[in-house]
Ligand binder design. Structure first.
Ligand code: ADP
Ligand code: MG
Length: 146
């Protein structure tokens, strides 16, 4: 596990970029932290590293946004999943050959993969965030390169 403090959104994007540069097709990243902790912000950096050119914004009202890159990015936000019926096929994205980044992942505990990167963000003040990055399973090695 590695821990970081960022002092502004750009630093969080930079950290996301670093993490993204270590990812390959099929990887899964889970993001936890309160609203405004910086989950979507760090995803912007991950997307940069994957070669996504479009601006990455919160998918809160759409559940999933798909971005073209050198590796496709599937950006999911499950915050509102409760209110949906069950025909949303999350596994389709988790098992895809893109990189899958999931905000509020523990809404769907039962179908999460066994191995993933877990990023926990905490708001320390207006512009300061603590960011823990954990590699579960095969991702343990990747985290050492951060
Ligand atoms: P979440 O997806 O967790 O709800 P967002 O990334 O959408 O959070 O929002 C985070 C907000 O906090 C943005 O407005 C961002 O500019 C701001 N912010 C300020 N400092 C930081 C920081 N160090 N890291 C990330 N975001 C920050
Ligand atoms: Mg968000």
């Amino acid at each position: 596990m590695k821990s970081f403090i960022t002092n502004n959104a750009l630093e969080t994007i930079e950290l996301g970029n670093k993490i993204g540069s270590l990812l390959v097709s099929g990887d899964v990243v889970l993001l936890t932290g309160d609203l405004s902790a910086g989950k979507t912000t760090i995803t912007k950096g991950i997307g940069q590293a994957l070669g996504v050119k479009k601006i990455i914004n919160s998918p809160t009202f759409t559940i999933v946004k798909v971005y073209k890159g050198n590796i496709p990015l599937y950006h999911l936000d499950l915050y509102r999943l409760d209110g949906l019926n069950n025909d949303f096929d999350l596994e389709e994205y988790i098992e895809s050959d893109g990189v899958c980044v999931i905000e509020w992942p523990f809404q769907v505990k039962e179908i999460l993969p066994k191995e993933y990167i877990l990023i926990t963000l905490n708001r320390l003040d207006e512009d300061k965030r603590s960011i823990l990055v954990e590699g579960i399973g095969r991702y343990e090695k990747i985290i050492k390169e951060l």
